[in-house]
Design a protein. Structure first.
Length: 128
């Protein structure tokens, strides 16, 4: 089953935490990202990078020099979402398998252990 908008939003929020950007602050930006189409793989794939950067800034992610880096990582993440590469994350959360979750995300550009750990926190919190 493909990832839901909420699950994708949690992954994007974690991706935004690069260089110590607070997770709660990143998560608060997700409604603006959703409204701008930045959680939709097809929408982002059709946008040139300057348009993605402008949309990220308009949604409140004003990180200066980090924007180009994070925008390219957003492309990679949403390509993986569209390809179904992350559909198995739900099973890792259900099993309490943080290591498997982090390892799967680690294959995506921009998801090191800290960023994948932030995603785990959001997914685990949503699971209740």
């Amino acid at each position: 089953m493909p990832l839901s908008s909420a699950e994708t939003g949690n992954l994007v929020a974690a991706l935004l935490t690069v260089n110590l950007f607070p997770l709660a602050r990143a998560h608060a930006l997700i409604p603006g990202f959703r409204a701008a189409g930045l959680l939709d793989p097809a929408v982002v794939a059709a946008m040139p990078q300057p348009a993605v950067i402008a949309a990220m800034e308009a949604a409140g992610y004003t990180r200066g020099g980090f924007l180009p880096i994070v925008s390219f990582r957003l492309y990679a993440l949403l390509e993986a979402v569209a390809a179904g590469e992350l559909d198995g994350l739900r099973a890792f959360v259900a099993a309490g398998d943080r290591a498997g979750f982090v390892a799967t995300l680690g294959a995506i550009k921009g998801f090191g252990p800290a960023t994948a750990g932030a995603a785990w926190e959001l997914w685990a919190a949503d699971r209740g």
